[in-house]
Write a protein that binds this ligand. Structure first.
Ligand code: HEM
Ligand code: FMN
Length: 498
């Protein structure tokens, strides 16, 4: 294939003809513009440029194989890189602009997990901060997550010897140094150039388990390699394990292929996300997309149709657009049979939001459930994980102890982990605080975030009067305020079971 000159590439930067360079090869992406799940605007901005670095923030290089056939025009003439268009630098957040001259505070000045958000906001491009912080509709589910932790108080016991406190917990049979883990979050490359491997390094150094997202910037094999390399550096001393979060591709063969790859790579359990048959309305993302599209003159782009498409499956990652082939809205409980057959390992359902589905998960042989509303990014006015946990205690307590119960959403203080554990949870997932810590400080921030949560937890255990997590009991918390708001069946008469 003949090489293409940079000056020629530079001319093609409109929606009628858009060429980009990726990994020293020139692609014509014109016909792909309206189909790009991340939107046409982001590609148009790169028209006529070398988009490799920008691309790598979001995608593994193998994504180029998903371009329509004949998109590849040839290698770029290596002497002509200088003739390419230069893209405009990304807009920083207003906070980042105001802080342009300042450095982020030293990591040791982060004392609470919420400090990471301030630091991240000051360094991140606006788009990346929006991606991490966005929530569904006008934010009620996310707000509810944060508030419900505050609606439970402790009933501490005093004068017990709490000189030595043990925070260890087993998660799916794998010992963890803490009763919390790092939640799966997609596209970490938008937050830090080291992406998921950087997060993994921090988690492994601290002995914390991580769940890795299907929508990761890096391929699952590369992420596992970073885990193995870090373990190697530590002489395999870290108890940390990697689990895999599964967004089921619509195409069965593609789904099976992914399961096999994940298994081969060495992930210990499959966490299937079930709260995302369609992508929630990510309001802040949509505002940004609309602004970007207007800025490059593609306001006539059929964005709404991409978002509402019925035939196309959706990717519940960032941006809120339809992604052909990435997720099936048609998934049902019956699919668990073939998934189990192909996976041959423990399965956790991520995104259970009522007692009935918790019971079903046990009936279908799941090893665990994660009570979650996806960090308030999916259904508007969804129940918090704590509320669902209370429903389970009230309507199907018999399932507690028969499968592992995880909760996530809005946890910002290590002491709060104890509330969930007292009510029967196995462990708690923590999302955004780790993402912000990664954005501002890389793996050092991730380590610091683990330390902050662990410190708070340790102090909390001592003040609650316990020395190990086997000692947590429901009577150690007062959950009456939440119980008062809990769903009750509308039938009259005694009905204590569903
Ligand atoms: C060239 C072939 C490309 C393919 C096949 C492709 C594919 C995809 C897919 C499948 C998604 C949604 C799922 C995910 O987040 O993993 C996506 C989202 C996204 N892509 Fe691409 N992409 C391509 C090029 C690019 C380039 C060149 C850029 C940036 C320069 C880019 C930036 C983004 C962004 C920012 C999103 C997130 C959505 C948003 O924030 O609106 N992509 N792309
Ligand atoms: C930026 C971001 C990306 C996420 N990506 C995924 C994902 O790819 N798969 C998934 O199952 N959950 C995803 N989640 C949800 C988290 O796994 C988790 O349920 C949630 O973040 C917990 O709430 P918290 O952020 O308030 O701690 C994402 C959350 C955020 C904030």
């Amino acid at each position: 294939m003949a090489s293409v000159k940079g000056a020629e590439v530079a001319k093609h930067n409109t929606k009628d003809s858009c060429w980009i360079v990726l990994d020293s090869k020139v692609y014509d992406v014109t016909s792909f513009l309206s189909r790009h799940p991340g939107g046409a605007a982001i590609l148009l901005k790169q028209g006529g440029t070398d988009a490799t670095n920008e691309f790598k923030k979001y995608h593994p290089l193998t994504y180029v194989n998903d371009l329509p056939p004949n998109s590849l025009l040839g290698p770029i003439d290596p002497h002509t890189f200088g003739q390419l268009r230069q893209p405009k630098p990304e807009k920083p957040t207003p906070a980042a602009e105001a802080n342009a001259e300042k450095e982020v505070p030293h990591v040791s000045l982060c004392i609470a997990t919420t400090d990471f958000e301030t630091a991240a906001k000051a360094v991140l491009p606006h788009k990346s901060y929006v991606y991490a912080s966005t929530s569904a509709n006008y934010g009620l589910s996310h707000k509810g997550n944060l508030e419900d932790w505050n609606r439970i108080t402790f009933r501490p016991r005093v004068m017990r010897d709490v000189g030595k406190v043990d925070m260890r917990r087993s998660i799916l049979g794998y010992s963890s140094k803490y009763p919390f883990y790092i939640s799966p979050m997609g596209t970490m490359g938008a937050l830090h150039p080291g992406a998921e491997p950087e997060m993994v390094r921090g988690g492994v150094r601290k002995g914390c388990h991580l769940v890795i997202s299907t929508a990761s910037t890096k391929q699952n094999e590369a992420i596992m390699e970073s885990y193995v390399a870090e373990q190697h550096r530590l002489n395999d001393a870290s108890p940390s394990k990697l689990f895999f979060q599964f967004y089921m591709p619509a195409d069965r063969n593609r789904a099976i292929d992914l399961l096999h790859r994940v298994k081969r790579a060495g992930y210990k359990a499959l966490w299937i996300t079930v709260d995302t048959p369609v992508l929630g309305k990510r309001t802040a993302d949509r505002v940004l997309q609309a602004e970007e599209a207007l800025a490059v003159g593609v306001e006539e782009e059929p964005t709404a149709a991409w978002e509402a498409g019925h035939e196309n499956p959706l990717v519940p990652s960032i941006g809120g657009r339809v992604v052909g082939g990435f997720l099936s809205p048609h998934t049902t409980w019956e699919d668990l049979a073939w998934i189990k057959k192909e996976w041959k390992g423990p399965i956790v359902l991520k995104g259970i939001q009522c007692a009935e589905d918790a019971k079903l998960a046990l009936e279908y042989g799941c090893a665990g459930i994660l009570l979650s509303n996806h960090g308030g990014r999916q259904l508007h006015s969804a129940p918090s994980a704590l509320m669902t946990l209370l429903e389970i205690r009230t309507y199907c307590p018999e399932i507690i102890g028969k499968l592992e119960i995880y909760v996530d959403g809005g946890l910002r203080d290590g002491t709060d982990v104890l509330k969930a554990l007292c009510l029967g949870a196995t462990a708690v997932g923590v999302g955004r605080p780790f993402l912000y810590a990664l954005a501002a400080y890389g793996s050092k921030g991730v380590e610091r975030c683990v330390d902050i949560l662990a410190d708070e937890l340790q102090i909390g255990m001592g003040l609650l009067g316990i020395t190990s997590l086997d000692q947590v009991r429901p009577e150690m918390v007062n959950a009456s305020r939440l119980l008062n708001r809990m769903w009750r069946p509308e039938v009259s008469g005694p009905k204590s079971r569903l």
